[in-house]
Ligand binder design. Sequence first.
Ligand SMILES: [Zn+2]
Length: 310
Amino acid sequence: MIRQTTALIMIVCMLLSACGSKDDTTPESTRSSNGSVTSTQEQHNEPTATGTGETQTTDSQSSTDSPSDQESPRRDEMSTTEKEGNDNTSGQTTEDNIEKTYHMNANYYIKPNAKTSESKVVLLTFDDGPKEEKMINGLIDTLDKHGAKAIFFVNGYRVKSHPELLEIIHKRGQVVGNHAWDHEDLKKMSTTAAAKQVTDVQKIVKETIGVEPQFFRPPFGSGNDALKATVKKNGMLYMTWSNGSLDWDKSTKNKPDKVIQNVLDQLNPGSNILMHELPWTVEALDELLTKLEQKGYTFVDPRSIELEAR
Ligand SMILES: [Zn+2]
């Protein structure tokens, strides 16, 4: 009798544990979307220069960025405060255990800490999302195919409109970066207003996926010392880029081949490659990554980069 009861309890336990093991790790790559890839209502021009996103030094000096005809994103009246903590219980720690084997230099190139480490690396970044599920999954499918991680620099107002898209980026193992709340020139704002553009994104991202961004890129690569101090205070690495794909430029619209060529033309060990969530970039990515691999490049995991430039 006792033996039968024990057996029964064991069976019940096994059944319960089987039901409870819901698979959180299943990638959502195959999920179809209804979003059309071709709609890009707005484009904004990041800086006109293809190269370094910012000439070094301080605020007073003119940067290469020339913001023009960017969208004027609405600031959606106060987002973050009313948002209660979501189901951030996924327990996805930021893989902080990844060893910091690379650092960024003053020109936004990624360099190995040890001479023995691989220097032929590139950092892949995609700005201005999250916009559409189909484009995001398209980019991540290709990144997965090449075993690559990228930073998706997001705008807060877009996260507010589509928190579920941010979750896709995070759950599929890619890295979320802070690209300010609005896509506006932070250098033209007061220090306080610019700081709010930074901290509001930290807040909404934390509320949505449970972790705060560790990387910051200002819209148009336009910043100053006060902004850099704010970014540092929030525990982030400030960067613009060192290789502009020009995918935001008219000359490249609907031309995946040009995206690829623009990147290859500026390619150097440690290139910090600026791309965007745009249909022609989604289309270009597989061939671009293949060509980079053929040239002996690998893709640096953003989480292996130190959070202080040097
Ligand atoms: Zn941008």
